[in-house]
Ligand binder design. Structure first.
Ligand SMILES: [Zn+2]
Length: 393
């Protein structure tokens, strides 16, 4: 597969690699476009190559516009509707521009010349909100290898890592074209999945991606939106309770995460229990329309004890909102999960909770608990996405 990216300059968003008349269609050959919103979105971007050469290409014609070496760092700017890359006396000016490695090495990019990050695949650019944003075109499994270690500790059991790899692969497929107005599929941080490039890779997570290549979860003929959560606290949440703007799905309706002795598989997670004190002042400020807050109540719970509906009664009005809305409003890092009780205090309320994350889908610490108890990744996926089937090409 020498210079496999050459065949991509034909306008189609995602096509199989290989020769144009015989595209390969294995899932692992899919290219994902990652918008590097966290890593490379600025007025000026610095571009280089880790070793070998850097090739600047016009993607419309495939023509090489310039070549650089590993010691050269290019400054890329947007100028009058075109991209201008400059390095010393050399410069490239084009309406569309791609940077790809030649003779080994990885393309590197950053908003700062001292914080370059290495990426597999190649880079293209788009303009968003008056700034340059790098888009990394990368093979699906390479994307997963640079994502998995940022989403699950790489020292987790191999079966837990494999379950995570299949969930992340399915999740990724459901997000293709999510940011199509800017020309990419996923971003590189939390609303999507955290993507760290080559330097994030770890042998354990690489092995999990390779061992499950091509495997996805299906339901009703479609790849499922396999969301996952840090630690469910003992029961996963129905997805429509866990996240605002989602609808019920049979394979994400919530399930107990308990072993034969009734102990949560995720109980081995550190810092599972959490507390948060909310003063009357803070609540009155955050929910100003109710006036001075008199009462904070959990008015509805799920079977798994997730906060489904919350009522805030003030001296001017009473506000009813979903648990997920309440959590978003106060901050998901403060209200760490939806599995909590509310205890009245002297001048406010205390939330006493368990678990972390939205609570729906695969429970990462539970997957670790199950793997340590001898379950395979197939059994783990079956537990967290009941009714979905594992498809392997
Ligand atoms: Zn759990």
């Amino acid at each position: 597969m020498r210079n496999p990216l050459r065949t991509l300059w034909v306008g189609s968003l995602i096509i199989g690699l290989g020769s144009a008349d015989a595209p390969r269609t294995r899932d692992s050959d899919w290219l994902i476009r990652v918008g590097l919103e966290q890593a490379a979105w600025a007025q000026v971007l610095y571009v280089g190559v880790s070793e070998g050469n850097l090739r600047w290409v016009d993607p419309r014609t495939g023509a090489t516009l310039a070549e650089g070496t590993a010691r050269q760092l290019w400054e890329l700017r947007r100028e009058n509707g075109r991209y201008r890359a400059v390095c010393g006396q050399a410069q490239v000016l084009a309406e569309r521009l791609v940077a790809e490695p030649l003779n080994g090495g990885f393309v590197m990019v950053s908003a700062s010349p001292n914080a370059l990050r290495r990426y597999r695949g190649h880079l293209e650019w788009t303009e968003r909100d008056g700034k340059l944003l790098a888009i990394n075109w990368v093979l699906l499994d390479d994307y997963l290898k640079a994502t998995l270690p940022r989403e699950m500790p790489p020292n987790f059991h191999p079966e837990a890592l494999k379950a995570q790899a299949v969930a992340a692969r399915s999740f990724t497929f459901r997000r293709l074209n999510r940011y199509r107005q800017w020309g990419y599929d996923l971003c590189d941080h939390a609303p999507c999945q955290v993507y760290g490039g080559v330097d994030a890779e770890h042998p354990n997570t690489n092995a999990a991606v390779a061992a499950t290549t091509g495997a996805v979860l299906m339901f009703d003929g479609r790849v499922i939106d396999a969301v996952y959560t840090g630690n469910c606290g003992g029961h996963t949440a129905p997805v429509e309770i866990a996240m605002t703007g989602t609808r019920p799905l049979p394979f994400l309706s919530g399930a107990p995460d308990l072993d034969a002795n009734g102990k949560p598989y995720c109980s081995l997670a550190p810092n599972s229990a959490w507390e948060l004190t909310l003063t009357r002042e803070e609540l009155s400020q955050r929910f100003a329309l109710v006036g001075r807050v008199r009462e904070l109540r959990l008015t509805q719970r799920t079977a798994g004890k997730h906060a489904q509906q919350i009522q805030i009664r003030g001296d001017r009005a009473t506000l009813t909102l979903s648990g997920a809305e309440f959590r978003n409003k106060l901050g998901a890092t403060r209200v760490r999960s939806l599995m909590f009780e509310i205890q009245p205090q002297q001048n406010g309320w205390k939330l006493v909770g368990r678990g972390s994350g939205h609570g729906a889908g695969l429970c990462q610490w539970g997957a670790q608990g199950r793997a340590l108890a001898g379950q395979t990744y197939q059994q783990i996926l079956e537990a967290y996405y009941p009714g979905a089937t594992l498809r392997r090409e």
